[in-house]
Design a protein around this ligand. Sequence first.
Ligand code: NI
Length: 153
Amino acid sequence: VSRSIYLDQGLALSPAAFRQITALVSPSRLDQSLATDRFTLREVIAHLADMEPVFRARMELALRAPGSEVENFDQDKEALEKNYASWDVQKSLTLFAEARRKTLELFLSLDERQLALTVKHPILGEVSVFGLGVFLLGHDMYHLEQATAYLGS
Ligand code: NI
């Protein structure tokens, strides 16, 4: 495992990308559902803000107690229970940016030995702290593509 400048930069830049895209979307479209089984843009941003501390907690657990088992995060259950559909988008963007800054601060502080420590996830299997960082960036991109679908009329 070695540091990847694009992984670090990508993780740092995601909140700005979501903020910039959201600024270009008409407020009336934020709650539009583009696919029955996917979040609206408002829910996507809330989901990112809500998930970020969960990702960070997994990294912290791997560092503190390597080999621990973590639970899967049921995003649809969380979305309903926490009513993502009601979250203020600007507040969610701010929450996400602050939470990501903390994740990145932790991630950048780790050495190679620490990045290789793992947790066990019921779906992902054994995943390292570095792997969690890669997963996080992939998750950003998955939802970033979804957000771009809200651009245009
Ligand atoms: Ni997601």
